[in-house]
Design a protein around this ligand. Structure first.
Ligand SMILES: [Zn+2]
Ligand SMILES: [Zn+2]
Length: 119
């Protein structure tokens, strides 16, 4: 007797792959006009944020990159991109002297650089 283990309802057709996302994770993808590049920002828990803000306060940006790489499975390049786009003390643009940024993710109206404000 033949027992079929192959499930007929298994779908092989995709076509819905606009975002690279793992189940349970909530990666947001942003675009920086200034660098002409996409920036992948992983979802961070309050605990993650505490750790990252601690490194930022210590000016240990390399450790932020390492944390994103080891804990959030980003590549080194993706981690560096995030660090490059952090704005100073959560308010000043990372590229120019514009200092009216208010959102967590915001494009600077002055120089069009993408800013990540973690505080
Ligand atoms: Zn940029
Ligand atoms: Zn700017």
């Amino acid at each position: 007797m033949l027992v079929r283990t192959c499930h007929p309802s298994a779908q092989s057709k995709g076509g819905n792959r606009t975002k690279i996302q793992e189940p349970g994770s909530n990666m947001s993808i942003h675009y920086c006009k200034k660098c002409d590049t996409e920036i992948y920002v992983p979802a961070l828990s309050a605990e993650d944020m505490k750790i990252i803000l601690g490194y930022i306060a210590d000016k240990s940006l390399l450790r932020v990159v390492q944390f994103l790489k080891e804990d959030k499975q980003l590549t080194l390049k993706e981690g560096k991109l995030i660090v490059d786009h952090l704005c100073e003390l959560g308010k000043k643009c990372n590229r120019c002297d514009y200092d009216q940024l208010k959102e967590e993710f915001e494009v600077c109206p002055k120089c069009k650089s993408f800013n990540i404000s973690w505080r």
